[in-house]
Design a protein around this ligand. Sequence first.
Ligand code: C2E
Ligand code: MG
Ligand code: MG
Ligand code: MG
Length: 289
Amino acid sequence: AAKDGGRGAYRFYEADMHSRASERQALENDLREALNRNELFLVYQPVINVASETISGFEALVRWKHPVHGMISPELFIGIAEEAGLITQIGEWILRSACTQLAQWPSDIRVAVNVSTVQFATGNLPLVLTNALAANKVKPSQLELEITESVFLDESESNIETFNRIKRLGVRLALDDFGTGYSALGYLKKVPFDKIKIDQSFVRGATQRGSMNSAIIASIVSLANALKMDTTAEGAETLDELDLVRQLGCSHIQGYIYGKPMPGDQASALLESKGRKVEAQGFRTNREK
Ligand code: C2E
Ligand code: MG
Ligand code: MG
Ligand code: MG
């Protein structure tokens, strides 16, 4: 611990904490301006239907190109946006942008959008969705919302009612990062999810000898099948991982093996090529990469 290093070390530790806090404060200030300055944009990662081996849609993922620090991970700035009270505004922009992009794609292509549990809990999503869909003339069934299971969202009446209202609009619901969170099974019982996304921590390394991951994936798939939900295996990087999740019966796959997140125009080009067929591009094992 810091105090074992004596007074000097303790002060150093404190200074370090202070600079980190002010760094975060600086980022928060920059994030307030990021939307106006057009520094946020969406990229799209293909989601592949296993049965047809074609692109069924994309997951929209937000990016922030900071003028000084370059690309900043959503894993960092979404948390800052949540704490700073900026997530509702940013989240609405993300939804509208995704719908604008969807309007340019064939009507059987689906886009999944991540929604922060903080934004979700405000309860205003049904209204935001109704407006964004209508403004872009997008069918509700083309949009899927991903709610992460790794952040606590209480099973209050009002949250469950928000889920049901979104579902009644015809928008699809997916439970993201399944297996990493707090209340997985309770959620599945109370919320009408259409899809379970199997967290990449189960997919990666699932082919290694002695790994329990493939047993876990198999049981998630059988649970999803029983509940009539789709499953997406996230984060398949190698041909071995791809083979495995196919064998285990996942209905969809999303991972670097098929494609990384890309700008919208590149995603459009991909859709127009080869009848939406995509080939797995990769290696047998992680080691060969
Ligand atoms: P997520 O929703 O689980 O998104 C999947 C993440 O895994 C993405 O990282 C994606 O690029 C990455 N990924 C996909 N396939 C592979 C693979 O084969 N290998 C590896 N190593 N990674 C893979 P990204 O874009 O950095 O997003 C990280 C997280 O940030 C997301 O996890 C999501 O929780 C959050 N996030 C991203 N975009 C948004 C957004 O628009 N709104 C909100 N609220 N959160 C977002
Ligand atoms: Mg997601
Ligand atoms: Mg995920
Ligand atoms: Mg994740």
